[in-house]
Design a protein around this ligand. Sequence first.
Ligand code: SF4
Ligand code: SF4
Ligand code: SF4
Length: 328
Amino acid sequence: MTKKPGLSMYWASSCGGCEIALVNINEKILEVIDKFDFMFCPCLLDTKKKDIEALPDKSIEITLFNGAVRTEENAEMANLLRKKSKILIAFGSCSNDGCIPGLSNLYSAKDHFDTIYLNNPTVSNPGGIVPQRETEVPEGTLHLPEFYDTVRTLSQVVDVEYFIPGCPPESNQIWDVINSVIEGVKLPPKGSVIGAGTSTVCDECEKIKEDKKIDRFYRTYEIIPDTKKCLLEQGIICMGIATRAGCGSLCPKVNMPCSGCYGAPDGVLDQGAKMIAALGSILNLEGDLTEEEITGHTNKIMDSIPDYAGTFYKFSLAGSILKNSVRK
Ligand code: SF4
Ligand code: SF4
Ligand code: SF4
């Protein structure tokens, strides 16, 4: 019997949604199992780390690595799976751009520990105990992996062949990528984004754009939008203009704004900066305004956005040009 190529999937700092997205290819998962040896997936299989360590280098054909690198253990697994895999794919927004875990780069590791274990109304910790790297117990020394000060993307830690974006990636896109490998289709050059488009969510969105200007922004609960018209032009921050195509404009389709989970489109270095720049063209600053009036009006409109980082960098902070340079 011919040996099947190996497939592995790992979750680092993540939520598990990426595993669900893989299983969401439904009955096609049987085809995946038929064509690949599913070798490692802590969420689904009982293979241990030592089993992977025992494999020859590059003996796994494809590893889908989801999750950001938050801890020493995450980095150790990224290095191990890099070594053992021919094709390492950053799978999902957390490993591509940092996603929601990346927002914690606004705070240091100490800030996190203080909030989680000490200064929290629901915590009673009179001894002020926080997790230690090593703890002595009668049975020996317990070790915890280091909790890094900064969340990193997978490619900030190891060399990566491909990037599949999305939170999570759409199942049909995942299948297209896996099927290409099954069918022996030549993969694009190393470093490419696969399983997604190159343009923007706006290009996929069917809502009517009218070049309207706005006087304020609304949170989604503050306005009932016209379902046929562009949400951004109604004052709802929709990141479609700064977000890679590929999901079929899922969120605007159900009248929710795109929050940017597919990351920056081709040619855009920083998704948040692109979005902020794009907002300049929709603010209502028309008329014979003085410089002072323009500044005042711009500040007033921008003040209606409650959380800049969570709005513009919800999925991309760790992978952005800001990385960990802004601390609250
Ligand atoms: S990309 Fe989204 S779905 Fe996937 S692990 Fe991260 S938070 Fe979860
Ligand atoms: S901004 Fe949003 S609603 Fe408007 S066209 Fe782009 S994706 Fe559609
Ligand atoms: S519309 Fe935006 S937030 Fe929604 S799935 Fe697509 S890329 Fe993600």
